[in-house]
Design a protein around this ligand. Structure first.
Ligand code: SME
Length: 320
């Protein structure tokens, strides 16, 4: 019964969404069609915006507008990147009761280019409304949504000497901004000279901004691994010291799962423990101006990376 209903609904949604590209318009009608077909209590979307889930198109009573990462059923589905079925909301630790009438719930993440961009949340006034059948069909339905415009994101990568690292990373399509500096150290306003003593705890780091619709974080990290020896501790090329350690520093907690996955996949290739530090960004100070785009300003300047890597970066495309 439920299967047949979903099968028909899926077909209707697929044909309605064909050729449509607007996120709000399509989420609105998807919410309305699901809601109408099953007469649920609340059916709608939250989309990821500014590091939280923000209320989107929905059908039903007034709802909470903001949900944090890892919070409630919605934040859990986002964090764990999986559908969460809750037969009894009272039994779900941290459940956010937007409406006291809600008894059971399902939340399906909308994953695009490896990133959770939104969640579909459905509430029922009865216990145990949702099961694997709902999960499977709703996952198929959200896969019909067009790509959502994604806000620019940032990541901080330490890859040995930042002169070559910046030149390399900047060439990758989708990278929109780079800046070299010092990350995750212990002093205030470090200068290059201070960091050079290796006593400050800072790592030479490249700050990247990127357009996730063109280059995903996974892709950028795979490119990053091509430019480092991840098994080498505090040494890349001829450069030695803690300031030349390799590290991935993130500001968005949702990035952690993606980073851990890429690092684990790389570790398998080497069969050795990797020395790449993965940490939240604690601090970052831009380096002095003459270090910015150093190799553009000084084409024959020192660089620990081979020229072939720059050619590779120019051609690389995120095709997944
Ligand atoms: N119950 C959800 C909050 C959203 S409302 O159900 C519309 C949660 O715990 O995430």
């Amino acid at each position: 019964m439920k299967e047949e209903k979903y099968e028909l609904l899926y077909k209707q949604i697929a044909s309605l969404l064909e050729g449509e590209t607007d996120a709000v318009a399509t989420m609105s009608n998807v919410a309305a069609m699901i809601h109408d077909a099953f007469r649920f209590w609340w059916t709608g979307f939250y989309h990821v915006s500014g590091g939280e889930l923000l209320l989107g198109p929905f059908q039903g009573p007034v709802a909470c507008m903001h949900i944090g990462y890892g919070k409630g059923v919605c934040g859990t589905a986002w964090k764990e990147r999986r559908t969460v079925v809750v037969p009894d909301v009272e039994q779900f630790p941290g459940h956010i009761a937007c409406s006291s009438e809600s008894r059971s719930e399902i939340v399906v993440p909308v994953v695009q280019r490896g990133v959770v961009v939104a969640v579909l949340d459905i509430d029922s006034r009865e216990l145990g409304t949702f099961d694997d059948v709902d999960a499977q069909w709703l996952e198929k339905i959200v896969a019909l949504l067009p790509p959502m415009p994604l806000a620019e994101q940032e990541i901080y990568l330490a890859a040995g000497c930042f002169w070559g690292a910046e030149k390399y990373l900047k060439l990758i399509e989708g990278v929109t901004f780079t800046e070299v500096g010092f990350a995750n150290g212990n002093t205030e306003n470090p200068t290059y000279k201070e960091v050079y003593t290796d006593q400050t705890g800072y790592a030479e780091t490249v700050k990247l901004r990127y357009n996730p619709a063109v280059a995903s974080l996974r892709f950028l990290l795979e490119m990053y691994f091509k430019a480092i020896d991840p098994t080498s501790l505090n040494k890349q090329g001829e450069d030695e010291g803690t300031r030349y350690r390799t590290g991935i520093y993130y500001t968005d907690p949702a990035d952690r799962a993606i980073i851990d996955k890429v690092v684990a996949d790389e570790a398998k290739k080497y069969g050795l423990p990797l020395q790449v530090e993965v940490e939240p960004l604690r601090n970052f100070y831009p380096a002095e101006e003459y270090h910015q785009d150093y190799l553009d300003k000084n084409p024959s300047g020192y660089c620990h990376l081979p020229v072939a890597l720059f050619e590779l970066a120019k051609k690389a495309k995120d095709t997944k």
